[in-house]
Design a protein around this ligand. Structure first.
Ligand code: GDP
Length: 288
């Protein structure tokens, strides 16, 4: 799925989320653990202002576990509760209702003080396309749910999905647009498969991927493709292209005259990266 995020679409997406915020107690902000910063909507703080929030780093199975720990403490320092899950298998997904309950404990206490029977806590999942919102909703629900597509102006008729006895989820997640201003963000999202590569040049995406891998995950790259010499300087573009050519030769991506088919090798690198065959990799580094 690719959404063209023109200004009108962004305004509409924002309004849809704002309408849903009125119905819920807490937002679950879903980020991709491989790119927690690049997969974050630039206006998320503004859009969700005032609502309690739990940040969930999804696809943690594909991310570097050390970097994930660093990201969790980064967000905690920012004052956000944060956990990492794998929605495709359900690993740690059960922690979500538990954390939601902890975060809204004061609300439950208040309801009890007023003599009210505490009702189920209501949550909305928000995130950019492809981050795993539908997969997580199905996991939390414990069954496969046909999600109703978001139509403009339609907020009526939404269903609450029960998650155990104490939590409910809105069946339609809030779809946020990604950051576009920063070109590197675009490449990082493309590396994870979050945006379609037709928008960007596949060789450029692979080039950026190889640069990150050569810089931070050289041993993985070396092992996977049987490479020998690391680039002397990852900032030197020619050195990175040399690594791509080495991979191409190892994988038989050759054109006439012994030239390497860079487009073909780029496809291979990106496919294997996205499938997790290059190991668990995080592209965004937590900032100090
Ligand atoms: P949505 O657009 O945010 O609703 O994203 P989807 O739920 O459709 O997920 C996008 C893709 O990511 C699908 O191919 C999912 O199978 C995959 N996916 C979702 N969560 C995870 C996860 O935790 N780990 C892995 N490896 N893949 C996931």
């Amino acid at each position: 799925m690719t959404i063209q995020w023109f200004p009108g679409h962004m305004t509409r997406a924002r309004r849809q989320i704002e309408a849903k915020l009125k119905l819920i107690d807490i937002v679950i902000e879903l980020l991709d653990a491989r790119v927690p910063l690049s997969s974050r909507n630039p206006m998320v703080d503004e859009i969700l202002s005032g609502k309690p929030r739990l940040i969930v780093l999804n696809k943690a199975d594909l991310a570097d576990p050390r970097a994930t720990d660093q990201w969790i403490s980064f967000f905690s320092k920012e004052g956000h509760a944060c956990i990492a899950v794998d929605s495709s298998t359900g690993t740690r997904v059960a922690d979500i209702p538990q954390r939601v309950k902890e975060l809204l404990d004061h609300k439950i206490v208040r309801m009890k003080q007023k003599g009210m029977n505490p009702r189920a806590l209501r949550a909305l999942i928000v995130g950019i396309p492809n981050v795993g919102k539908s997969t997580l909703i199905n996991r939390l629900a414990g069954r496969s749910i046909a999600l109703t597509g978001d139509r403009p102006g339609v907020t009526k008729g939404q269903q609450w999905i029960k998650v155990g006895n104490e939590m409910e989820l809105l069946d339609t997640p809030g779809i946020l647009w990604p950051k576009f201003e920063d070109q590197l963000v675009g490449y990082r999202l493309a590396m994870t498969g979050a945006i379609r590569e037709e928008i960007l040049n596949i060789e450029d995406i692979a080039f950026f991927a190889v640069r990150v891998l050569a810089d931070r995950y050289w041993d993985t790259l070396k092992e996977r493709f049987g490479l020998e010499t690391p680039p002397k300087d990852v900032e030197d573009s020619e050195e990175i292209v040399k690594v791509m050519e080495d991979i191409g030769r190892k994988r038989g991506c050759l054109l006439g005259g012994g030239r390497v088919d860079l487009e073909k090798v780029s496809g291979i690198i990106l496919r294997e990266l996205r499938a997790g065959k290059l190991g668990r990799i995080t592209l965004d580094e937590p900032q100090q």
